[in-house]
Design a protein around this ligand. Structure first.
Ligand code: G
Ligand code: G
Ligand code: NA
Ligand code: MN
Length: 253
């Protein structure tokens, strides 16, 4: 197929970009890190969604190559940012097909060693849905990542139907409340209490709690009152190229 060929060309020419979306402390506004998000824009033919790109990679057997290229890009930027702020964390999204087919630990270890980035500065985001789909191997992988010092974030939390007993066993460092809950936060007492319960539960399990999709001040204040640790969303900053992220960071507060 046409798009498949363009994908392989783009990979070969390193045309994929990684954008970074800021994450800040709810309490102080300090910049704590960024989420890395894949971008592929083809001049006239327009933007292809990351999900589509991941799928194209799987179809052409290039899952490993794409992941290596993204993770190398992240590690290179993380190196610079961690020198300014030792606890700065960059989060990388990892999908089910990557977990199933290639050695993620190997890609991460190599990238962090090449770019000299401490493991603690890299966080792996895995959706709750992915974790639930293969509980035994997920637990093993997470344990392995944790033992090597990487952070682990449970992405899109609240949409994956994990049981409390399972969640409690996961060696995750962070829980990301799905955007859909953050969006409806202001609509009713019930929606707000639901988010409060998620925040408390994350803390009970020793996890840092992140709200994604924060788009307005009222949501921000509500999350602050609940003790949610980290904010991410258009109110703080959009995903942006690494150079723009650096100037955003200088201008912030
Ligand atoms: O950034 P955006 O809203 O376009 O992302 C759409 C979806 O694609 C999100 O679910 C996001 O997690 C996912 N995504 C973005 N970048 C990556 C990536 O590098 N790897 C994987 N597996 N998913 C990504
Ligand atoms: O699935 P994941 O949580 O990784 O999705 C991240 C996606 O959410 C990215 O594609 C990013 O562009 C998008 N995003 C980030 N902040 C906001 C926001 O404040 N509102 C909305 N609607 N989308 C956001
Ligand atoms: Na994510
Ligand atoms: Mn998410």
């Amino acid at each position: 197929e046409q798009l498949g060929r363009q994908f392989e060309q783009a990979l070969h020419r390193s045309e994929f970009e990684v954008y970074f979306q800021p994450q800040v402390s709810t309490a102080t506004g300090a910049v704590l890190g960024a989420e890395a998000l894949l971008r592929w824009s083809r001049a006239e033919q327009g933007f292809v969604s990351p999900e589509r790109v991941i799928h194209l990679a799987a179809q052409s057997g290039k899952t490993f190559e794409l992941a290596r290229s993204i993770i190398n890009n992240v590690a290179r930027n993380a190196k610079a940012w961690c020198c300014e702020e030792a606890d700065f964390k960059v989060a990388i999204n990892v999908s089910a097909d990557l977990l199933g087919t290639v050695d993620l630990v190997d890609i991460l270890d190599r990238a962090s060693s090449i770019w000299d980035v401490p493991h603690k500065n890299l966080t792996i985001e895995i959706t709750e849905q992915t974790l639930v789909s293969d509980i035994q191997s997920s637990k093993r992988l997470l344990r392995d990542l944790r033992d090597r010092g990487y952070g682990i974030s449970i992405d899109d939390f609240g949409t994956g139907y994990s049981s409390l007993s399972y969640l409690r066993q996961l060696p995750a460092t962070e829980l990301k409340i799905d955007r859909s809950f953050v969006n409806t936060l202001l609509l009713s007492d019930e929606d707000r209490e639901l988010v409060r319960i998620i925040v408390d539960m994350g803390h009970l399990f020793g996890m840092q709690v992140v709200a994604e999709g924060v788009e307005n001040l009222e949501t921000r204040y509500t999350l602050e009152k609940m003790g949610c640790d980290v904010l991410q969303g258009y109110l703080i900053g959009h995903p942006m190229p690494a150079v723009d992220f650096e100037s955003w960071r200088r201008d912030w507060t």
